[in-house]
Design a protein around this ligand. Structure first.
Ligand code: C5P
Length: 227
């Protein structure tokens, strides 16, 4: 069967990556979490001290971009990709609130987007890939054979994120998470370069009331139809 590109876009914390991972596993495709790549760049900027309060020293980050190496390493136990920043697995560090509250302004910087987009296009050159993000179906792979746009209410999404972080033992406040989800949605959909928007030819999935199994089945059916 010919391999295709599956592009899954949508709002923050809408369960895109859970669905995308499950599909990739089921069909034997590579899974790429592009949000993790923007998060890794954000961690780099934090570690280098490029944030001053909420301001970013963009010229300093741009000058240092040549030193940012983001890639994925397969976890031997789960077979899932783990994001690495300059050779170090940073999966846990990038999921906390410190990175979450700073990632959208970093992802709005054109030089960051251009570098990440180029790398993502290279990863999908041979197809057989499920990639999730905000601009995959509109900018990274505008010709993807299957495009899905996932959404759910901000409250539902914040609740999912909250439960996920609590399960990991992190101390978090629900209202802070809700604010973060809403802020990221706003910045992601209003930035100049490749803002979050639904591709005209995307299938839309509002998963507010669907179980994980129902979402996975919906996506698998869409994949079968497209391939
Ligand atoms: O998907 P996740 O919530 O981990 O993404 C983190 C952030 O990275 C998003 O809020 C968005 O600002 C940025 N992002 C992006 N383009 C992508 C993927 C993520 O701008 N393709």
């Amino acid at each position: 069967m010919k391999k295709i590109i599956v592009a899954i876009d949508g709002h923050s914390s809408c369960g895109k990556s859970t669905m995308a991972k499950a599909l990739a596993k089921e069909i034997g495709y590579i899974y790429v979490d592009t949000g993790a790549m923007y998060r890794a760049v954000t961690l780099f900027a934090l570690r280098r001290g490029f944030f001053h309060g909420s301001d970013i020293d963009a010229p300093a980050l741009e000058a240092a971009m040549g030193e940012v190496r983001v890639n994925f390493q397969l976890d031997a136990a789960t077979g899932l990709p783990l994001v690495c920043l300059n050779g170090e697995v940073v999966e846990n560090e990038i999921r906390g609130m410190e990175v979450s509250s700073r990632v959208s302004p970093i992802a709005a910087l054109p030089f960051v987007r251009i570098a990440m987009t180029r790398q993502q296009q290279e990863m999908g050159r041979e197809k057989g890939i499920v990639m999730d993000g905000r601009d995959i179906g509109t900018a990274v792979f505008p010709n993807a054979e299957l495009k899905v746009f996932v959404t759910a209410s901000a409250e539902v999404r914040a609740r999912r994120r909250y439960d996920e972080l609590i399960a990991k033992g992190q101390q978090v406040d629900f209202n802070e998470i809700l604010k973060n989800v809403e802020e990221r949605d706003y910045i992601d959909s209003h930035r100049e370069l490749n803002p979050l928007r639904q591709a005209d030819d995307a299938l839309v999935l509002d998963n507010s009331t669907l179980t994980r199994e129902e979402q996975s089945q919906w996506l698998l059916d869409a994949f079968k139809h497209a391939s």
